[in-house]
Design a protein around this ligand. Sequence first.
Ligand code: F6P
Length: 545
Amino acid sequence: MLNTQIYNDLKDHYKQISKFTLLDLFNNDSDRASKYTLEANALKFDFSKNNINDVTISLLTKLASESGLASQIEAMFSGEKINNTENRAVLHTALRSKDKAILVDGVNIAEDIQNVLSRMHDFSVKIHNASHTGFSGKKITDIVNIGIGGSDLGPVLVCQALKPYRKNNLNIHFISSVDGYQILDTLATLNPETTLFVIASKTFSTQETMTNAMTARKWFLDNTANNLSAIQYHFVASSTNIEAVSTFGISPDNMFPFWDFVGGRYSLWSSIGLSIILYIGYDNFSEMLNGARDMDKHFVETTNLKQNMPVMLALISLWYINFYEYTTQVISPYNTRLTRFPAYIQQLEMESNGKSVDKNGDLLGYKTCPVIWGDSGINGQHAYYQLLHQGTSIYPMDIIFALSDKFSDRLHNQILQSNAIAQAQAFMVGKTSLQAKSELLASGESLERAEFLSKHKEFHGNRPTNMILLPEISPYYLGNLIALYEHKTFVQGIIWNIDSFDQWGVELGKQLAKGILNDILLEKVSTTDTSTASIIKECITANKN
Ligand code: F6P
């Protein structure tokens, strides 16, 4: 990307357009709001409040085309091994496809995918109609998903977002951290006779998950008079590793497989979605798959990149990262049901695109993924939005909200919407110190105090936001939304020429933690750096007490 003509053109263009404010851009183009709003599957994306104009869009879409985006989309969807460091195809899209033939290494995976879906369907029906009960014949009332990273964040996001769709009043619990509190606190509330554990782990070797799974297993046996034969009624696994699942003591009949062409952070569509299916039912999960598939279709078929929603979402964010050099991207969902969306996107984008070498291993000369962060927008307003409005840096933001919410109260939703809209406007328009001064004078402040306070009450504005509007937070639109960000992540990875589907950066910490755990357990210090050594010693001493 760096040495291309188009990159240099964009740099020159940046020098020009950065002289204009967002308000200037609106004043120069009366069609701006409608021109810069896209609609796909009734999801609306208004990107008009960004520091861009038609020239920016033309140059950015040219950058995308010249990076080979079209052929890379084709390569991903057709199962080419685009994850080149792991020599794997990338086919999370196959999990929601209706195609009858999807080949990986000459094998048609479409059938396997349908088989697993149908097994998950049957299993969920048995749980819901109580033909699968606990070992003592009692109905399952609680599902415990034990997993971390992609084996947790997707199911957590969806189960929270779609809670109003839940079946049979089932309770769901998520255990990801290895600190012990999460699992011990949860287990203390559960009855082993009515609890089903879903051990969700692509590799079935992740330290946190396996430690928690063993603790759950021990708790179960301790509370069922060591009833080993009862395990089959209460433990199931979602994994690619059949041997490790069997070694743990879960029979293949209770294992729901998936495949190495599904990355962890893209796995909620696979058997990692089992907890979701159990919680909201297969039909609703299927609606999510439909939503994601329709976004796939929009992404693949919209060859005019200016109309392609994931492409535009990717390009606008890339514009700020590589040309404005903004270093973070805020995700602000205006609905409690989407509170875990920022965390989900954090893994999706940061684990995918937090890279500093290209596909060949050569150092990049440009920035890649920014810090993705955020929380419920309405809560953020009363916490960190101060910085976003008046701090010294600029933080592009995606504001996401639902146009209607049949599970909420209309007035509450209207208040929520008005806040989301007002914030985007405030970020753009700002308030001059002169305006602040006249407001202060009108409210009866003295001239001296009005002059002093007006500087503190000034908002520079010109801070960009995207608005993403969902008709409602339903399985279909949630599927749409998640796939939108998946493809955004993919597009950026292509332009940056990185492998978005590996995650070597998580390995070093895991490797060192093994040695340090060994030191702590054996009460010795084998590391050489003095800071690490002295903290290990502190732990050894504290653990003796
Ligand atoms: O350590 C990172 C990671 O590998 C993620 O990519 C993944 O989602 C998570 O750990 C959990 O991995 P697994 O599903 O294999 O337990």
